[in-house]
Design a protein around this ligand. Structure first.
Ligand code: C2R
Length: 160
């Protein structure tokens, strides 16, 4: 497994599945796990501290509300961590976004957009990071982008 997709709760899966689907479509192997900085703090420490030795290259962490998971995962590992703000019911994910994005200088989290688009783009960005050292993944990323462009060029009329 080269990407670790973690999330604060099983309830985040409908969002985080979009990261998994993107990685599937780009031929990137990943693992998925519920890990919470709040509810399972020792599991988070174990997960993030052991990730590099287990062959993980990028961690995608999705969480909603007071979303401390991505930042705490980044605190426990030097691997790149991509944060996905899950769209919360109470504040539509604004809380998740601000919790994840405002990291103090010195510990980095790459924050994506709120919700499904952010999760999909986290998968895409993880693949692009891996692609810098993997020609097959780079070819898959370039094919995905070319097909996306061609689909739009082939369907220019929005009313059709
Ligand atoms: N933000 C966090 C963390 C964390 O940051 O450690 N752990 C769980 N959660 C979030 O709580 C929300 C509600 O969770 P439940 O649906 O289980 O009550 C989820 O979006 C989860 O990511």
């Amino acid at each position: 497994m080269t990407v670790g997709i973690i999330m604060g709760s099983k309830s985040d899966w409908p969002t985080m599945t979009h990261a998994a689907q993107m990685l599937d479509s780009l031929g990137v192997k990943y693992e998925t796990k519920v890990v919470s900085a709040h509810r399972t703090p020792h599991l988070l420490a174990d997960y993030a501290e052991s990730a590099k030795d287990r062959g993980i290259k990028v961690i995608i962490a999705g969480a909603g509300g007071a979303a401390h998971l991505p930042g705490m995962a980044a605190a426990f590992t030097s691997l790149p961590v991509l944060g996905v703000p899950v769209q919360s019911k109470a504040l539509s994910g604004q809380d998740s976004l601000l919790s994840i994005v405002q990291m103090p200088k010195g510990i980095a989290v790459g924050t994506l957009a709120i919700g499904n688009a952010g999760a999909a783009n986290a998968g895409l960005l993880a693949a692009q990071i891996l692609a810098t050292h993997d020609e097959t993944i780079m070819a898959n990323v370039e094919k995905f982008r070319a097909e996306q462009t061609q689909t739009i060029l082939d369907n220019p009329d929005p009313a059709e």
